[in-house]
Each structure stands twice: as structure tokens, then as C-alpha cells.
Ligand binder design. Sequence first.
Ligand SMILES: *Cc1c(COP(=O)(O)O)cnc(C)c1O
Length: 473
Amino acid sequence: MSEKSLDPQDWDTFRAEAQALLDHCIDQMQQAGERPWRPMPEDLQAQYSIGQGGDVMARLRRDVLPYHAGNTHPKYWGWVQGSGLATDVTAGMVTAVMNSNCGGRNHGANYMERAVIDWTRQKMGMPDTASGVLVTGTSQATVLGFAAARLRALGAEVRKTGHGEVQLTCYAGQGVHNATRKAMELLGIGSDNIRRVPLVDGQMDVAALRALVAEDRAAGARPFLVVGTAGSVDFGLFDDFNALADFTEEEGLWLHVDGAFGAWTRLAEPPYRGLSDGIGRADSIALDFHKWMYVGYDCGLVLIRDEAEQRAAFAARPVYLRGKSRGVASGDPWFCDYGVDLSRGNRALKVWLALETYGEAAFSAAITHNCELAKVMAAEVLGADHMALAMPPVSNVCVFTARADLNAAAQSELNTRIALDLQESGDAVFSTTMVGEVEMLRAAIVNHRSTKADIVSAVAAVAARASVLSAAE
Ligand SMILES: *Cc1c(COP(=O)(O)O)cnc(C)c1O
């Protein structure tokens, strides 16, 4: 009977091919500035179908690597897309070779994940009673935070019985990310039970929040959760976390903070650092490493203030998963008791390697620089004919229109065309967002490769495109 292992029959060939590919990959990363997004040719799409075989190494170089999503490019500021790190290459190699399942048991990756969580907890200013688990991203972290919040409101029974007829209500600022809606839907609470709290000076109005909570209580609903935002997706705004924590402590509500990217202002220099003051008073924080800590996709984290509450919400181990006092199944805690996933990849290693290689100070400087670049962009906009800002940037997000002198519909059409044209030409990637009636250009700078010159040339490209398109009307 022949053996069926999938290991290479010829390790020397595998080694030579892999080493050549590694060189090619490092070249591509080094040349990130010359490689903007480009659309994938249609005939190539068919070639991805399974069963083509052939010279797979050549296909990777020719047909796969060039068609990345563009976010590695220094002039990519669309949506909120992390730019990646060279350490991701080496971390990816080590991660693949170890192939750790981080759901539990006793092995190195779990200790590393604990170290990454503990470091982040300290940076956020959460007490050492807090716990956490690495997840795909803030969307999943939000679901976990809300599930723990619900358990505090209704007790552990909710895991068995569901929340039945109780009408749970949640409160979030007008600019809250869609992840809150999805989490409310997934937990069966329903997105109609999100109350949108108006903003005053870009922050949730606590007086309005208080009134909404009182109104819902009077109507028989069960307020359970306030969602603060550290870095709103449209404008990079921050709630006042001390004010929110004072309120939620007084009212016995759970405070969750969506800090997907903005939580990392904790590492920034003043004045940006102050934006997230008080975030450590939250009951849970959802954040991403793959955005403003620049590590490769995917990696997010939920932190929960009280480890007992996290375990109460998620721990459930059938007999076959019971821990042992020694051997492979020893080790504690098991991360499967802290979230949804049983089998989990090793997301910690790339974060650990980045921090150990570059040091916290380098992240601090890059994050601060991104905020400064948003200010540079704003200054360029203000200095250009006809352009205008939606508002002065607070953190790393700059939103503007190319032609404030046109009516809303014409501005929207022009801004959208400019965004798409510059994406396709490879000059720069802006996304767009609505500001009142106007669709505007938006840059969220979570890119350690961006320079001041990149910002200046991109705004100049917007101006040039605006004049070409306006002249053509
Ligand atoms: C990106 C983002 C999310 C969702 O995070 P994912 O990592 O994409 O799941 C939630 N909130 C804000 C403010 C975001 O920017």
C-alpha cells in the first residue's frame, strides 16, 4: 500500500521554489509605492478555477500577486484599510509552519496571545481583571461584547432560554458603525432597538442619552448597552468616554466602545492621545490590529473588563474538550471559553513580531504622523481653489469636496467621478461619504507608508481632475 502524505516528494525543489517566491514577495513589498490597485482582467478570473495546475509558482507571480487590493500602496486612504508590515511576511511563514490551533491546550501560541492581549489591555487602561480574545475584526468583537452585555443584564439563564419577550435597547451616537447594527441583528435583539443619540460637537449628547434611556424605561423596555465610538468611520470623531462611563455607572448600563481604529490614539502623541481618554473605563472595547496597527489581515480584539463575565458568556466545554492537569490538554485559559470559535488560527504572532521588531515607539510615531497628515491634507484643501472641508480633521480622517461652488448634486457627481478616476489611474485612493446632501471625498489615513509629498500630490491630482471634468461639462 502506498503512503498518502501530501508533503513534497522532493523537498529540495520545494525549498528552492519557496525561496525564490519569498524573494519575489519581498520585492513586491519593497516596491509597494509602484504598485497601486489595478482591476483584474476578466480572462484571468476564469483562470482561478480549480484544476488548472501547471506551473503554479509562475501563476502565483503572474496571475495572483499583482492583483492585490491596493491597500499596500502609500496613496491608499479609502474606507479604513490597513497597509501591512514587512514582518507579516516572516510572521506568516512561522505561523504556517507551526499551524497552531489556538482554541486551547498547552502550546506557545496561546501564551503569545495572552501577552498581546495583556499589552493591549494596559495600553487601553483597563484593569488586570480584564480578559480578551483575538478575533477576525471589530465586527466579531462587537458581537462578543454585546453578548456579554446581555448576559450581565439578564443573567446566565439567557444562554439557555434566550431573552424572550424582554425588549433590550441599546444607545449609540448618530455616526455609529454598521457593526453595531449587525451585532444587534445577530443576537436576535433587532436593529430597531438601537436608539440613535444626536451628537453635540461631534460627541454623543449625554443629556439626550439620559432622556432616551428614561423614556424607554418608562415604556417598559430594558436599556442594557451604550456604544461609544473611538474614531467614527465617516469623520474620525470620538465620544467623551469619561462622560459616558459616568453615565453608564450611574445607570447600571454596559459601556461598549467601538475603537476599531481610533482606540490606537492611545499610542499617539498629544493632542491626539487625549481623544481616547477614559476608554479604559469601558466594560468592553472592540478594536482592530489590521487597521491602525498596520498588521496584515485579519486581526481584531475584544477586551472585557471582567474576565468572569467573559467566561460566563462563552465558556462551554463538552467532555471531549475537558482540560487535563498535564500533557497537551493542560494549560489555562483556553481561548474557546472566551468567544465563539473553537478552532482558531494564531493571530497573535504577527502582532507580537511587529511590536518586538519595530517597538511601541515606532507605532506611536506612525499613528501620530497619520493624524498630522490629515491636517496637511486639510491645509492643502483649504489652499486650493473651490475646495472645502466637511469639517476640520479631528484625528486621521479628512473629508472634503473638490468644488464647493457647485450645487449638491453636481458636487456629488463630480466628487464620485474624481474618486473613481483616481482609483483607476493609480494616482490615489479616496472613498466617498455623504455630508448632508453632498457626496464628498474621504481619506482615512491608517497608512505608515504615506508621506507629506503623497498627500500634496494627491490633492493636486484631485484639483487637476476637477478642472478637467468641469471643463468637459
Ligand atoms: C472597520 C470598522 C468596524 C468593523 O471592523 P472590521 O474589522 O472590519 O470587522 C467597526 N467600526 C469602525 C469604526 C470601523 O472603522
